[in-house]
Design a protein around this ligand. Structure first.
Ligand code: ATP
Length: 305
């Protein structure tokens, strides 16, 4: 039986005057799945997340969450949803524990949940500190603790890894994986860094200029990374002309100053070296490589490799 759909958007759009922040997005997220919503700055991630949470009214299309059509002011379904939309601390003068106590009151959650959330996010040391004095990374932990406090079925997280150090990123990644696998929590998370979601998400949706341009899982993503021959050579422009004329290699990209990538000619490494050296060019590097996933993401979203 196919897994239950927990979040679905249908032609979801938000326009601000001429700006098409979100431009007709369709996706579904199934129960227990981690969906990574990946896009560069300004791609439309936060606007989408705000519409999922009923914080912004769509210009067109709709969102259904847990079987309920989301409309601004819609309340009941959000008792089952935890969210992280920004790092702003609600009560900067109150301690971490006091902030979580308030969240308990708001969500009618029994108070022992506060200790569990503090333990889960490793916030013991900071429990008595005013939230406004926390480092950015620990503020993010507090926001995550708040999102998890009432044991939600669904988590909607905007850039959860923001401001965390590398160890913190791994820890949060493990925590999210645990919640999805062991508790069946459905997670929708955004990120602008591919490597942050690549190993975690079951499915990745790439959003660019308000549109969902590709949806794929990690294995599909791996398969899309192109292989190429990279050379480091003096006079790269002359080298490009030579490779085109003598060897018929046309798919060449210059990445940084003297570095060229050739996407055809993978089986002709020796020939390439000979042609360049025979022409008197200085060849200081040559190897066959594979694009890393970040290169692929940049290529898909129009950035430099
Ligand atoms: P980032 O990673 O930088 O947070 P994002 O993918 O979350 O980016 P959004 O914040 O959703 O992107 O913004 C998408 C586009 O919509 C941007 O061009 C942004 O300037 C524009 N935008 C967002 N909110 C508004 C608003 N209230 N009024 C006008 N334009 C807006």
């Amino acid at each position: 039986m196919p897994a239950e759909t927990i979040i679905a958007t249908h032609r979801l759009a938000k326009h601000y005057g001429e700006v098409r922040a979100v431009d007709g997005i369709d996706f579904t997220v199934r129960r227990g799945e981690i969906y990574g919503f990946l896009g560069r700055n300004g791609a439309g991630k936060t606007t989408t997340i705000r519409m999922l949470l009923g914080l912004v009214r769509p210009s067109a299309g709709d969102v259904t969450m847990l079987g309920t059509r989301i409309r601004p002011g819609q309340q009941s379904v959000f008792a089952r949803v935890g969210c992280l939309v920004e790092t702003a601390t609600d009560y900067p003068n109150l301690t971490v524990r006091e902030n979580l106590n308030i969240q308990c009151k708001l969500t009618r959650t029994p108070y022992p949940a506060v200790d569990r959330a503090i333990a889960l996010l490793h916030l013991h040391e900071y429990a008595k500190r005013p939230a406004g004095q926390l480092s950015l990374g620990n503020k993010q932990r507090l926001s995550l603790a708040r999102a998890l406090l009432h044991d939600p079925e669904v988590l909607v997280l905007d850039e959860p890894a923001n401001a965390l150090d590398p160890a913190g990123i791994v820890e949060i990644r493990d925590l999210l994986r645990h919640l999805a696998d062991k508790r069946g929590v459905t997670i929708f998370m955004s990120s602008h860094i591919l490597t942050e979601v690549a190993h975690l998400a079951d499915r990745i949706g790439i959003v660019h200029e308000g549109r969902l341009i590709e949806e794929l899982d990690y294995d599909e993503l791996r398969a899309k990374a192109r292989q190429y021959v990279e050379v480091v050579v003096s006079q790269p422009e002359r080298a490009i002309a030579l490779l085109q004329q003598q060897l018929g290699i046309t798919r060449i990209e210059q990445t940084v100053e003297q570095r060229l990538r050739m996407f055809d000619g993978l089986d002709r490494v020796a020939e390439i070296a000979r042609a360049l050296v025979n022409d008197g060019l200085e060849l200081t590097g040559l190897c066959a490589r594979e694009e890393d996933l970040e290169d692929y993401f940049m290529r898909m979203t129009g950035g430099a490799a």
